[in-house]
Design a protein around this ligand. Structure first.
Ligand code: 0X9
Ligand code: ZN
Length: 364
């Protein structure tokens, strides 16, 4: 079983309840926090921090940051992040490897960055009766797929919002996933405005009006800027990939100094850790731009702004939110995914976060 014992996807309320319970069960080790900016629909965005004497100052300890659900429909990305937090808390003081790592770092987990989008995707997957929304109830029943495959956040744009002014991705002409919102993984400041992101509101990769225009990306910027984040993993679904910087191809973004065109300065070490994690979860390790070009993604900004290593995990072979038993096996490395779990990959990332200079992956 998963560390939490869960056997179904969490709702947003479940995430909040589980984070509060984790703090209650481990008061010296775990604290919950609320990020500074509420979502556009007014929701609080919460996370957990884990560390020895977690209520005291961090004393300059390195931070390992784990993020989930930038994209609303990518439910396993929050589940794996949350399970890792539960895993560390439950095994602290029991498993020597975990105890040592948690003693030497702060671990910060924000399982659901895009709370508005996730709430819609998670709860409004059914058919939507648009009669009440767009024609006063006079005409057709326009059944849509609802919001289960919504991607973006809940930004509305004047004159371009949906009939009732709520955050509804699905419509008759634009079934779930497109429609309203900013793509939060194109809204960060790294290379913002460059290739691989759209300036059209209706597009799935709409970058927003300006870099960091959205409260959700502002939250993560401020979190990272207030910490010593030496390694982060931002979880997405799907494609079984471990992606490392940069997000855009070498000829499209300014080259780093003194290294082959387009390769980040830390390419050798970034690749070593990416490859080592991929050896644990069975994914393919590659530059993010080898998937396709992006600008304004989380680590397009964080790596270039802070030097902390950042990776995107694309969890799962072929579905945004597959049946939950698969999500369990993919975390643990069990069943059909025997020996290919994200748990071990995350632990490697945490080891690197704690001690990049001497971690065996990087030193051979
Ligand atoms: O397009 C994205 O934002 C990610 N794929 S997803 O299907 N989850 O939407 C991939 C982003 C990879 N690029 C960088 N992280 N730079
Ligand atoms: Zn995604």
């Amino acid at each position: 079983p998963l560390p939490s014992g869960r056997d179904a996807y969490r709702t947003l309320a479940d995430y909040d309840a589980d984070m509060a319970a984790l703090e209650r069960d481990h008061p010296e080790l775990v604290t919950t926090f609320t990020l500074p900016h509420r979502s556009l629909d007014g929701r609080e965005i919460r996370g957990v921090e884990i560390g020895r004497d977690v209520h005291g100052p961090d004393r300059g300890l390195p931070t390992f940051l784990m993020l989930g659900v930038h994209h609303a429909r990518e439910w396993p990305s929050g589940e794996h992040a949350m399970e890792f937090a539960v895993d560390l808390a439950k095994n602290y003081g029991k498993d020597p490897r975990i105890t040592d790592l948690v003693d030497r770092a702060r671990v910060v987990v924000v399982p659901v960055v895009n709370v508005d989008g996730f709430e819609l995707s998670r709860t409004d997957g059914g058919l939507v009766d648009l009669r009440s929304l767009d024609d006063g109830g006079t005409a057709s029943l326009l059944a849509t797929p609802g919001n289960a495959y919504k991607r973006k956040n809940c930004r509305l744009v004047d004159g371009q919002d949906t009939p009732d002014g709520t955050c509804r991705a699905g419509s008759a002409t634009s079934p779930g996933g497109f429609g309203t919102g900013v793509d939060l993984n194109r809204n960060y400041g790294g290379y913002w405005g460059g290739p691989g992101a759209s300036d059209l509101f209706a597009d799935p990769t709409y970058r927003g009006a300006t870099a960091f225009s959205e409260p959700e990306t502002q939250n993560i910027r401020e979190l990272i800027s207030s910490r010593h984040v030496t390694t982060l993993i931002t979880n997405h679904t799907f494609s079984n990939l471990v992606l490392r910087p940069n997000g855009a191809a070498p000829d499209l973004v300014p080259p780093s100094e003194g290294v082959p065109l387009g390769d980040p300065f830390d390419e050798a070490a970034l690749k070593a850790l990416g490859d080592a994690m991929a050896a644990q979860n069975g994914y393919t390790s590659q530059h993010a731009w080898e998937l396709y070009d992006t600008t304004g993604s989380t680590e397009d900004w964080s790596y270039n702004a802070t030097g902390g290593f950042g990776y995107t995990f694309e969890i799962g072979p072929d579905e945004f939110h597959p049946p939950f038993p698969q999500v369990i096996d993919e975390y643990l490395g069990a069943g059909e995914y025997a020996g290919k779990g994200n748990r071990e990959a995350y632990l490697l990332a945490l080891e690197n976060a704690v001690d990049p200079a001497t971690h065996s992956v990087l030193t051979g």
